[in-house]
Design a protein around this ligand. Structure first.
Ligand code: MGD
Ligand code: MGD
Ligand code: SF4
Ligand code: MO
Length: 859
């Protein structure tokens, strides 16, 4: 048994993980010695061991869907890229990378594209994530510097979470806030989010503002701060920022944000009187057509109030991906050069000297949305996608897919065999994934940690940096890409950060450039420093910080009579992005297993939708189908739907089919949080649950969602054609014996072969509530008694073992029914529930839901 200390590959909290390989597989625990988590893990981190299986992996290079050797695939990539560059120039080639690549991979990709192919057409999914925050910081400080650390949380008096559902998206950091509040009851938490989220469970004040109106709130706060005689004269454009804010009285803000005036002024009072305050912001701010200005509106109030460059203070952009920050350090965005350098003459010359290249890109490249538009117009003729799934995650996904389908050369570096994007690939490179790959990542607080390999490379999979270096060699740049080990890439990157720096660039980790391979292997989590004095000066040539004048505007998307609702999109607790890894883990499918659409009770009435109905959503761009959840915490006129589902997991579950490609003019970040849509009830003739060892081909017109279980394939279906007829026909061709039951509108079916359960089907006019656990178990051990088989056919649990209901605590698989029963027998607090059932005692992600069940029972 070997323990390896590594780092979680999911969110930007960047938790340390201890992985242990045993005969039964991989088990993980939180690393107590890691400063980001001190031993804690959330449910996704805790389930990492369950993602290391090889089912569904891409394990060999492929060309035109045929397995080929590395030599063939790499040669072809080199030849085809070369041919396009020769004929159409370097601007006809692009890379689209990811904040989930390791820093070493990212550095290599950026170096090849900008330094040697000679165009800056490398952009990344971080464009969809925190490019507005980058723009905000750069405009204010002159450098992309995140001025806060996690340890500021305990030192603060007020934490403002804006556009962040940290309870689900940065769970370990959220638990740290929960703990800080327990230890210091004077610490106040404000949550600013149009909907009531799990994060609100600890809020002293929740501002359910109108979507997209945050700039008004913060500009109004700036106005209040200024009225209180605080001076802005130390900052460039302080005067202009104040003039822009002058009309934003609390009354004006209350109207703009659709909030009661006293809620607005309470927030302002708290912020102004708190000796120390932090604003933690994420996608509710960044993913906006005016996201950069919103970031600066937030930064402005910290500068103006002096709640900046001090412990417990500052504007803190939480990064989403495990290495979004590493991407910023290597300059992975099309609008920057490596190591915090920009497209300015001195930087261009310096970087060309360091890389010893004459081909360095001279101007910024295409940003993500523009890039795919350029592919669509045929201007970009080759795209290499690494570590991201743009067919799902970019807005206007129909246009993205059309562009990819017509692109002459699509190369995809992936870890799984089938994704919505890899379907369009001419060449597929199999990459190493977490547990196999080796390198560094940087978390939200600028802390560099090692991801260490503890599993052997499976099949022919290779590290991303290696693949890039091999292609570089075939493009004729072998000398600059001669690395033999990721440690060498890291050393070069670290050396570049210090190259002719002398304090002019904030990012300088050159003290790590001299690490030996052994030292790099053992590297402890390392936070690069930002001295308060440097922060107060900033990195602009004039040597001053800047407040950016902001004129709040509404979201571009506005409801119309045809599309009367605003659709908000985001994350759920137990899934990661496009589900390629978390979507196959049964335990992570138990919390929410289907695309859902949240709607408030009044709108549900207005559009004749009931809880659990299927609904059809549409915008001018496309359609989606989701299951209705009536949520009092939704504002009227607004819907919420998860971003995760896609064509690999559902027929019409992809929300970006609806979202328009409207972007912020400065950051290029799309407005993923607001889309005008229409909703109608779908009324299929039947709905059913299908479990099987092998799946029949589904008729094309069905609604389907694929789910993960421990034992069988599981699909939830809905449709009108006679399901029992085609299922029966298919089972007959398999030679299986069938057993069926029908009563009223219920149609159930079991198929057996050699005493084993092969298939089960339970259907009704509405989705039948069946005992999922019993069914999953029946595929492992066939029920022994006639009574048990009878119960199974009815989809029922035996009376002696009632169904636990919807899973609330994924760590210990504790269901809602068990929790309700425990509450009924006297558990009156989350602690009591934890003692009785263990729920909520591991990662704590379900504590907000436990609280909700407790208060529901109390009312
Ligand atoms: N479970 C899970 N965790 C994740 C991820 C995941 O896929 N799954 N992904 C990671 C990544 S890459 C990222 S970027 C982060 C994202 O982390 P978050 O930003 O916390 O997550 P989201 O759910 O996208 O959006 C946050 C909130 O913004 C709110 N919002 C929408 N519009 C507005 C608005 O106009 N104003 C305000 N104030 N709020 C608004 C939404 O209602 C939502 O609750 O999560 C990271 N962590
Ligand atoms: N409507 C809407 N759209 C959104 C968002 C939203 O809130 N709403 N959020 C946006 C945000 S913030 C983000 S970050 C994006 C995320 O969107 P994506 O980046 O598209 O999502 P992922 O599923 O994380 O894609 C990562 C891909 O890389 C593969 N992969 C994993 N590890 C490796 C590796 O080591 N090497 C290689 N080569 N491949 C690997 C995975 O299998 C997967 O296919 O979505 C954005 N899109
Ligand atoms: S909070 Fe969860 S997902 Fe994020 S790094 Fe930690 S364990 Fe991983
Ligand atoms: Mo993200």
């Amino acid at each position: 048994m070997m323990n390896t200390r590594t780092t979680c590959p999911y969110c930007g909290v960047g938790c340390g993980v201890v992985a242990t390989v045993t005969d039964d597989g991989v088990s993980v625990a939180g690393d107590r010695a890691h400063p980001a988590n001190a031993g804690r893990l959330c449910v996704k981190g805790a389930a990492l061991g369950e993602t290391t299986g090889l089912a569904g992996r891409l394990l060999a290079p492929q060309m035109d869907d045929q397995t080929v050797s590395w030599q063939t695939a790499l040669d072809a990539a080199g030849e085809r890229l070369n041919a396009i560059i020769r004929e159409f120039g370097p601007q006809a080639v692009a890379f689209y990378a990811s904040g989930q690549l390791l820093t070493e991979d990212y550095y290599a990709a950026n170096k090849l594209m900008k330094g040697f192919i000679g165009a800056a057409n490398i952009d990344t999914n971080s464009r969809l994530c925190m490019s507005s925050a980058v723009t905000g910081y750069k405009r204010a400080f002159g450098a992309d510097v995140v001025p806060c650390s996690y340890e500021d949380i305990e030192k603060s008096d007020l934490l403002v979470l804006v556009g962040s559902n940290a309870a689900w998206t940065h769970p370990v950091l959220y638990q740290r806030i929960v703990q800080a509040k327990q230890d210091n009851p004077a610490l106040k938490v404000v949550v600013i989010d149009p909907r009531v989220t799990a994060t609100c469970a600890i809020a002293d004040l929740h501002l359910p503002l109108a979507p997209g109106s945050d700039a008004g709130l913060f500009v109004g706060l700036l106005n209040m701060i200024a009225t209180g005689n605080h001076s802005l004269c130390d900052f460039d454009e302080g005067e202009a920022a104040l003039i822009a804010a002058r009309e934003w009285t609390p009354e004006a803000v209350a109207t703009f944000c659709a909030l009661p005036r006293d809620v607005v002024t309470t927030f302002y009072d708290w912020f102004i009187t708190a000796p120390r305050a932090m604003t933690l912001f994420t996608m509710g701010i960044n993913q906006s057509a005016s996201g950069s200005d919103k970031c600066n509106a937030i930064i402005n109030v910290h500068l103006a109030s002096g709640k900046f460059a001090r412990p417990g203070c500052g504007p803190f952009s939480l990064t989403g991906q495990p290495n979004a920050m590493g991407g910023r350090e290597v300059g992975g965005l099309a609008t920057q050069l490596a190591a915090h350098m920009n497209f300015e003459a001195a930087d261009i010359a310096r970087l060309a000297r360091f890389w010893q290249t004459e081909r360095l890109a001279q101007t910024p490249g295409l940003m993500a949305v523009e890039l795919f538009e350029a592919i669509g117009r045929g201007e970009v003729k080759a795209v290499w996608i690494m570590g991201t799934n743009p067919a799902v995650s970019l807005p206007d996904s129909h246009a993205v897919c059309t562009a990819l389908a017509a692109c002459p050369l699509v190369i995809v570096s992936e870890v799984v065999a089938e994704t919505d994007t890899s379907r369009y690939a001419h060449i597929r490179f199999p990459a190493l994934v977490w547990g196999e790959k080796n390198g560094t990542v940087t978390n939200s607080e600028r802390r560099i940690s090692r991801q260490r390999a503890f599993l052997p490379p499976p099949g022919e999979a290779k590290a991303d940096w290696w693949i890039i270096a091999q292609v570089a060699r075939r493009l004729g740049f072998g000398d600059a890409f001669g690395w033999q080990h990721p440690h060498e890439v890291f050393s070069e990157h670290a050396a570049l950060s210090g190259f002719e720096n002398n304090g002019t660039r904030a990012f300088d980790i050159s003290e790590l450039a001299g690490l030996t391979r052994e030292q790099w292997d053992r590297l402890e989590p390392y936070q690069w420093t930002v001295a308060p004095a440097a922060l107060q000066r900033g990195w602009r040539p004039a040597g001053r910080l800047r407040t950016v004048p902001v004129s709040p505007v509404r979201a571009v998307a506005q409801p119309t009579s045809r599309y009367p609702l605003l659709l908000n999109t985001g994350r759920i607790r137990d899934q990661w992005h496009t589900m390629t890894r978390t979507g196959t883990v049964a335990r992570l499918m138990q919390h929410i297993a289907e695309p859902v659409v949240d709607i408030c009770p009044a709108d549900a009435d207005r559009f004749a939708l009931g809880e659990g109905d299927l609904a059809h959503l549409s915008s001018p761009r496309g359609v989606m189908v989701a299951r209705v959840r009536i949520q009092p915490g939704q504002r009227q006129g607004e819907l919420f739907t998860p971003m995760h589902w896609n064509h690999c997991f559902a027929r019409q579950g992809k929300v970006n089919a609806l979202v328009a490609p409207v972007c912020d003019p400065y950051s290029g970040q799309p407005e993923s949080k607001q889309t005008a849509v229409r909703i109608t009830a779908l009324q299929p003739g039947w709905q059913g649950e299908l479990y099987a060892r092998e799946m029949p081909d589904l008729p094309a017109d069905l609604y389907w969602v694929r789910k993960a279980t421990e034992s069988a394939l599981h699909f939830t279906l809905a449709g009108n054609s006679d399901a029992v007829a085609w299922l029966t026909a298919w089972c007959q061709t398999q030679g299986w014996q069938m057993q069926s039951a029908s009563a009223g509108t219920v149609r159930n079916l079991l198929a057996w072969h050699n005493g084993q359960l092969m298939l089960g089907w339970w259907s009704d006019t509405r989705l039948p509530a069946i005992a999922h656990d019993i069914i999953v178990q029946a595929f492992i051990t066939a029920p022994a008694t006639a009574q048990a088989r009878h119960n199974l056919l009815a989809g029922r649990a035996a009376a002696s073992s009632p169904s636990p209901g919807r899973t609330v605590c994924s760590c210990y698989s504790i269901g809602e029914n068990a929790i309700r029963a425990a509450i009924a027998t006297g558990c009156d607090s989350t602690a009591a529930l934890g003692n009785t059932l263990r729920c909520g005692t591991n990662c704590g992600s379900c504590l907000p839901e436990l609280k909700a069940l407790l208060s529901e029972a109390a009312n």
